[in-house]
Write a protein that binds this ligand. Structure first.
Ligand code: PLP
Length: 376
């Protein structure tokens, strides 16, 4: 673990001090070469540059920044959040067991169900926001997978409590911390073994590239070594342009997260009082069942994602999002622009009255006026 971390705002704003070594440019250059020459003695001109699948300076830089931000011993980037999730879950051998939180990002649940069926892996799905339910599920297991706050139900799972249960089950705890970002929560500091992100979301923050990230507490562990070897050998890497965009986006991550959290809190408080809203799911509300857990393990805010149950059911929810002007009707989350999504349209198990909001960095008053108009 790094002994002396710069504040996250400094780490991200300065891209960990990256300066282009050729020119002194304060922005690292995009190296597009896939291959690097050797000299007449057949030695590489640069020993750390042979082939770009292994040797991308920009990927290394982005991995180092994110690993520092998560207080991780090592970090690895993947071409998407799903690729990062699959890289961890694929480490479970045939006949093994995965314990997975219910009501998390649907793509992870679906991939894991299919994978476990193919490999004869026992999949135990349980509400990990309820530690008693998790304890009761208490099997020996290989991986305990949680997501907090969860998408789209915004449940808060107690990372330290889950870590204790994971140890008792002989499992490694993996936390999908996409909705929290390293600015708000650093799961490894609460006992997780691996933290996972869809860097497509707030970490990049501009809705213009896909990436996933894994950071680990113990880089010498068999689990991390097998993930790193498979990432290397199977070639699940990101391109130079994507790594550059990610580094550029991350420079403002703490600033964006601060604003998005403040906006989301204001939006949640407005909606919680609105007569056409049955329920607001957001850990920042003191009435939220996960507020206490979230307050313990999140600092600086409660994230930019919230869900709203609209009075009147599915048709009413669709009518509301149809009247939005500023919030764009689109999937995804964590970008600077606010988005609204009727999850039921693409995920049948989500209640039809639920609208998921990803709150961006616009003026809070404008966002609230847009919602007020749509609800009227
Ligand atoms: N985890 C969470 C919480 C997500 O919301 C998503 C995507 O929406 C993913 C993982 C998958 O990430 P990606 O779309 O980058 O593959």
């Amino acid at each position: 673990m790094p002994s002396k971390m710069p504040a996250l705002a400094t780490l991200f704003a300065q891209a960990d001090g990256a300066i282009d070594p050729q020119t002194g440019g304060v922005v690292p250059a995009i190296q597009t070469a896939t291959t690097y020459v050797r000299g007449r003695d057949n030695q590489p001109v640069s020993p750390t540059h042979i082939y770009s699948r292994d040797d991308s300076d920009l990927s290394r830089l982005a991995e180092a920044i994110l690993a520092k931000a998560e207080n991780a011993e090592a970090g690895l980037l993947f071409p998407s959040g799903m690729a990062a999730a699959a890289a961890v879950l694929r480490s479970v051998p045939a006949g093994g067991r995965i314990i997975m939180q219910t009501g998390i990002y649907w793509g992870v649940t679906k991939w894991t169900r299919d994978f476990c069926a193919r490999r004869q892996i026992d999949l135990v799905e349980v509400d990990c926001a309820d530690l008693n339910a998790l304890r009761a599920a208490g099997h020996p297991a290989d991986i305990l997978w949680i997501e907090t706050p969860s998408n789209p139900y915004l449940k808060s799972a107690d990372i330290a409590g889950c870590a204790e249960i994971a140890r008792a089950c002989g499992a490694r705890l993996v936390v999908d911390s996409t909705a929290a970002t390293p600015v708000l929560t650093r799961p490894l500091e609460h006992g997780a073994d691996i933290v996972m992100h869809s860097a497509t979301k707030a970490i990049n923050g501009h809705s213009d590239m896909l990436a996933g990230f894994l950071g680990c507490a113990d880089s010498a562990s068999d689990l991390w070594q097998s993930i790193a070897t498979d990432r290397h050998d199977a070639g699940a890497v990101i391109g130079a342009f994507e790594a550059w965009l990610l580094i550029r986006g991350m420079r403002t991550l703490p600033l964006r997260v601060e604003r998005m959290c403040a906006n989301a809190q204001a939006v949640a408080e407005f909606l919680a009082k609105h007569p056409r809203v049955d329920q607001v799911l957001y850990p920042g509300l003191s009435s939220d069942p996960g507020h206490g857990v979230a307050a313990r393990q999140m600092s600086g805010g409660f994230g930019s994602l919230l869900s709203v149950r609209i009075t009147g059911g599915g048709d009413a929810a669709l009518a509301v999002i149809g009247k939005l002007n500023l919030f764009k009707r689109a999937t995804s989350l964590g970008g600077v622009e606010s988005l609204a999504e009727h999850r039921h349209t693409i995920e049948a198990s989500v209640p039809a009255d639920l609208v998921r909001l990803s709150v961006g960095i616009e003026a809070a008053d404008d966002l609230i006026a847009d919602l007020d108009n749509a609800l009227s």
